[in-house]
Every structure is written in structure tokens, then in C-alpha cells.
Design a binder for this molecule. Sequence first.
Ligand code: F0G
Length: 458
Amino acid sequence: MELPYAEPYRIKMTEAIRTSTRKERERWIKDANYNLFMLPSEYVFIDLITDSGTGSQSDRQWSAMMLGDESYAGASSFYNLKNIVEKLFGFKYMLPTHQGRAAENVLFSALIKEGDVIPGNSHFDTTKGHIEYRRARAIDCTIDEAFDTQIEHPFKGNVNVAKLDAVLTEFGPERVPFVCLTVTNNTAGGQPVSMENIREVSKVCKKHGVPLLFDSARFAENAYFIRMREKGFEDKTIKQIVAGMYKHADMMTISAKKDGAVNIGGFAAMHDAELYRRASTFNIMFEGFLTYGGMSGRDMNALAVGLDENTEFEQLDARVRQVEYLGARLDEFGIPYQRPAGGHAIFVDAYKVLPNVPREEFVAQTLCIELYLEAGVRGVEIGALLADRDPVTRENRFPALELTRLAIPRRSYTNNHMDVVAVALKNIYDRRETITRGYKITAEAPIMRHFTVELEKA
Ligand code: F0G
């Protein structure tokens, strides 16, 4: 008999989590104005709001933290991080920041001017926020297949290269400071970009003389999928594939809280010395001196180890297998989600799970609230709340998909937890005919409203 799969680690430390009753959860979610970001975490049983900064670190990472060099200038921890960044991605220049959006802020301050357009594959919300805040525009060139959750496509994060070419032809290098490629494509469901697509995107960028930036939060998961799904990469190591991907990038921003396997941190990196010089000023202004930016020495040390460990196949394999496990449980119950399962999360198709809730009443948010009430599971809305209002017309934007994202923290939960999530969703799906109303907004911020929005029952 073939031996079953088991994770390539054992657990050395545990953290208690708390169960609750439906009655308690009804009160708590109402007190939070039906915004799951406003719930104290102790009121959550299984927290799938994000895989960002919420994973467990390894014993090697924790021990590296004890060796953190907290010098203001020239800390050895900075050089540990700089060396692994150069080794993995090939970038000579690196600016540490406190997280991904800070790297965006620093680099975009040096690159984007009013009226610019930044094409890419479904920019993440902070990325789009930093673009629109500078009165520039993000243009989504993701392939059409990404917008049908039921199509099985191995690389749903890919860019439609013809569309990208058309945008670059229309606006040219004067109006397009860079193209932004997000690996994996978070918004489309943690879907990877193929090496072939990366090469084509790079070719089109070169043709138009426009630099290429990789938004790299889940770069290692992207490399894992290239190895598993793309011909010719079966025998390559993850580190080799990462090097192959980044050969095509001129610069990167990263939220290290995902594939860096740390609780906080990020950086921007680039080849161009002149860009580094310009961005350095913003790093010093917004983050901190060049050799620590927004991070302590211990954080940089933990990240240096995290980047090294999390670009090994076994770690990524265990991680993606758990996401696939949850997907397989949902398949058993016929619950529709973005197919195939992504790298860090399952994106449940809320329009299909709650067909009777009106589009204007925030369908994915309604499903998030139902799931919380059912089992104390906290997911996150990737739908109209997140899509925000159009910066010009101020009308609500209703995206093609309303998704409830269940993002799985790295090395934190077992498959028993995944079973609870799956059965909770099944119970909701079974009574979908009875769920006919959603929520309406009572208060919202002018930008990135989903974090603080207040809602009431419609
Ligand atoms: N880019 C991508 C693709 C992301 O997924 C995120 C964060 C960021 C940039 C910003 O990084 O949070 O460190 O400032 N995504 C988290 C998520 C928040 O839940 O997917 P950050």
C-alpha cells in the first residue's frame, strides 16, 4: 500500500483558540457593524481572513531572531537579507520596508505621476490604492478565463498579452511608468502566472521600452505551480524557477508576510542604481534609514531564513496541498469556487452560493457573515466592498465576481479545521433558498473602505 502524505514538519508550540455560540456571534458581529475586520480575534474560532503575517515561523527563524543586529546603520541583519535577495531574485539594490504597501509607497513615489496608467493582472487593492491616490489609473489585463470560476485553466493569473500590447501602444512609455505583474494573482484567486506568459509580458514591455515590476507577495507559490503545471520545469528546483522568473523583472515590491514566512516585513528591490537613489529618499522619509527601513534587525534575520526555507519544494508542497484539501472537501458538497484551487486560498463563488441575495447588497460579504455566524470562521470579501467606488464617478463598482476568500495561514491549522470550514459552508449552501437579503452601507471611508466600512441588514 502506498503511504499517505504527511507534512514535512512537526509542531513545537500551540496557541489556544476559543469556540463560541451562535448567539454570542450574532451579538459580536452586530457590534462590529457587520464588518469582520472590526471583530476582536478572540471572537473568531478559525481565522482565514488572511495568510498575511499569520503563519507559524520555523525554529530556525525564531533562533535567527535572537541573533538580530539592532544597529541603526549597517546591521548584519540587513546584509543577511540583502544577500538572500540578491541570490534568489538577482537584485543588487534593496530597500527594507515594514510591509508590502510600504514598499509600494516608497517605489511608486519615485515612479508614478498624475495621469499615468499602470497595466497589470488584477492589481491588489493596496497597489491600486497607491496608484489611484497618485491620480493615476490601474488597468486590468488579466485573461478572460480568470473571470469564469468554473473554467479549469492552469494559469488563470496570466496577462492577456494582446490587451497589454494595446494599452502600451495607446499610452506609450511617457504615460506608463511600469507594468505590474502580480505573482500569484491574488485577486483572481491566488492563481499563478506561467513562465511562458512572464516571457511574453517581458517581451512586450521591452518592445515599448517600459520596465516590468513584479508584485511578489506569493512568488514562491507561483514558482511551485510552474514546476507542477508547466512543461519543462518538473526537474527544476523552486530556487531555479524563481531565478528564471525574476530574470525578466526590472524591479519588485514584496509583502514578505506571505511567502517570506514572517509576521511583518517587506522590501522593494531593483537593478537600476538611479532608481534606487531616488527611492532611497522616500524610504528614509516614510520608513527608516536604508539598512532597516521599517524592520527591526530580528525581523530582517527571520525574513532572510524564511525566504531561504520557503523556496524549498517540501514546504510549498505541504502548503498548497492543504488548500487543495479544502477545495476537495468543497467539491464533495458541490460548493462552487474559483477553479482550480489557488496557492494560498479558496475563493468561494458567492453569486452561486447565495443566488437570491441582490447584487447591490454585497453578496460575498453576506456569505462571510453567514460563515461567521455558522461556525466562527472568518473569511474576507473580495467583491463590491473591496472594489470600492470609481475614483472619477464615485459610483459603486460591481466586479464580475463576488468571492468569499478563505486564506489559509501557513503551518497554523490542521485539516480538521478545514473540515469544519467545509461543513459550515455546506450547511449554508443547503439553506441558500432562505437567504434572500444582504447588507447596506451606513458609513465608509473615501478610499480602501472595506477595512472600516459599517453595514446594517438590508
Ligand atoms: N500585493 C499583494 C499581491 C498582496 O496580496 C498584498 C497583501 C500586498 C501587495 C500588500 O502587502 O499587506 O504587506 O502591505 N495582501 C494581504 C492579503 C493583505 O490578505 O491578501 P501588505
